[in-house]
Design a protein around this ligand. Structure first.
Ligand code: SF4
Length: 313
């Protein structure tokens, strides 16, 4: 029997909802991002590569149905998965006319084994029409919207060239929750100019908001990004594995205990990764996080007090 984890594990949550192994199928709909197409900027976030932090699958297989079929067969073999969540991952998956989005989402959800929809996007890329569309799918499917935020510090958002503000994010959260959609926020630890104190303040600020889940990873450097240049110029040093484990455990302690933790470490493509090499050892990092929490008797929410006490973090 698997030991209970000291945090809300996404796989267990899905198993509890559907009574079987459920896996996400990562999809690339061939969309783009306002931070790359010139609307907000052209260079993108300093760590984003040409694939828009995604799979690049659209280049090989443009059809969503075909991507779904391929994903299903792989995940059935690898994990004995029985049900699936269509996860629109690459670039900004609400950045298209609502009719285009509707047909993309419907195509993915038409598969009988698909029980949910997860849509990754930016907080400045949603509007009431798109949120209403997503909310409509809740009648038949589990729906999550994933907002890339990365940090709660305006200075950091500017430094990493996110091209949106904290206010954009708070507005998006409010509008999304009016429709009862589940929100998962993406956060990165080890961003340039941030130490442990800044990371923990991000946790504390997020903990004040009505969100339901979190994805966290440490910043890694991909080939061809501005971050790679900074790394070679010694302007940026990535976190060590021990540092990351320490920081993320402290981060989790400040998170509300009910948040579903969808990711605790990144998944860099080995052929694109410049550094740090330890980010390729996902299972080792996950074990280190669990061991550290167990050893210290800690857990997700151990230092969460319901609402932030100002100046605590
Ligand atoms: S928002 Fe996402 S897709 Fe757009 S530039 Fe940043 S990381 Fe890349």
């Amino acid at each position: 029997m698997t030991e209970p984890r000291p945090y809300q594990h996404f796989g267990s949550y899905l198993n509890g909802l559907f009574g079987c192994r459920v896996q996400k199928i990562s999809l690339d709909a061939g969309l783009t991002c306002p931070n790359r197409d010139g609307t907000k900027g052209t260079g993108g976030c300093i760590y984003c590569d040409e694939g828009g932090s995604g799979t690049g699958a659209y280049e090989r297989i443009p059809s969503i149905t075909q991507q779904m079929l391929q994903g299903k067969s792989l995940l059935k073999k690898r994990y004995k998965a029985e049900k699936f969540i269509a996860y629109f991952q690459s670039f900004s998956n609400t950045y298209a006319p609502v009719d285009t989005l509707k047909s993309l989402y419907q195509e993915a959800l038409s598969d009988i084994d698909v029980v949910g929809l997860s849509v990754g996007t930016r907080p400045d890329c949603v509007n009431p029409e798109i949120l209403d569309l997503l909310a409509g799918f809740q009648k038949t499917h589990l729906v999550w919207i994933e907002y890339g935020l990365q940090s709660f510090h305006p200075r950091t958002l500017r430094m990493i060239n996110r091209g949106h503000t904290i206010e954009d994010f708070i507005r998006a959260v409010d509008e999304t929750r009016k429709r009862n959609l589940n929100i998962c926020v993406h956060v990165i630890l080890g961003l340039p100019g941030e130490g442990l104190e800044e990371c923990l303040l991000t946790a504390a600020r997020l903990a004040e908001l009505d969100i339901q889940g979190l994805k966290i990873h440490s910043l890694y450097i991909n080939r061809g990004t501005l971050l790679e240049t900074w790394y070679h110029q010694k302007k940026y040093r990535p976190l060590l594995q021990d540092e990351y484990v320490d920081w993320i455990c402290q981060f989790l302690e400040l998170c509300p205990p009910h948040w579903i933790i969808q990711r605790l470490t990144g998944d860099p493509a080995p052929e694109k990764l410049i550094a740090p090499a330890w980010t390729l050892k996902k299972q080792t990092t996950l074990k280190m996080i669990q061991d550290r929490l167990k050893r210290t008797g800690s857990f997700q929410g151990a230092r969460w007090k319901g609402r932030l006490v100002k100046g605590e973090a």
